[in-house]
Design a protein around this ligand. Structure first.
Ligand code: HEM
Length: 79
């Protein structure tokens, strides 16, 4: 699989997983419902959080060329 295709998948998973991280903590902590404070939502947040970190690292690695050219390229002399 080429890099662009992988990035497309990783980016899509990132947004889905981010939604799980945020929605689970909102229902765990702030939105009153039968599930507020439940171990189920706590674990969902925790596991989705770990997955989020993994996906972020993958996203960073796949975009490393961009990071390098943007931040680590020696500055060109102005004439
Ligand atoms: C948009 C991102 C995130 C938001 C808004 C967020 C929000 C929160 C909040 C408000 C709590 C406190 C819940 C409470 O005890 O009342 C919490 C706890 C926690 N979060 Fe997140 N979180 C985010 C991302 C992550 C990520 C990436 C991880 C990585 C594993 C993570 C792991 C945890 C864990 C383990 C706890 C429980 C800490 C404890 O025992 O008190 N969260 N989060």
């Amino acid at each position: 699989m080429n890099k662009q295709k992988m990035l497309k998948i990783i980016n899509f998973l990132l947004i889905l997983d981010w939604l799980v991280v945020v929605i689970s903590i909102l229902f765990y902590r702030f939105i009153p419902s039968g599930l507020q404070g439940s171990i189920y939502l706590y674990e969902t947040h925790w596991i989705a959080g770990i997955v989020f970190i993994f996906l972020t690292i993958m996203h960073f690695i796949l975009n490393f060329k961009w990071v390098k050219s943007t931040y680590f390229q020696p500055k060109k002399e102005k004439k």
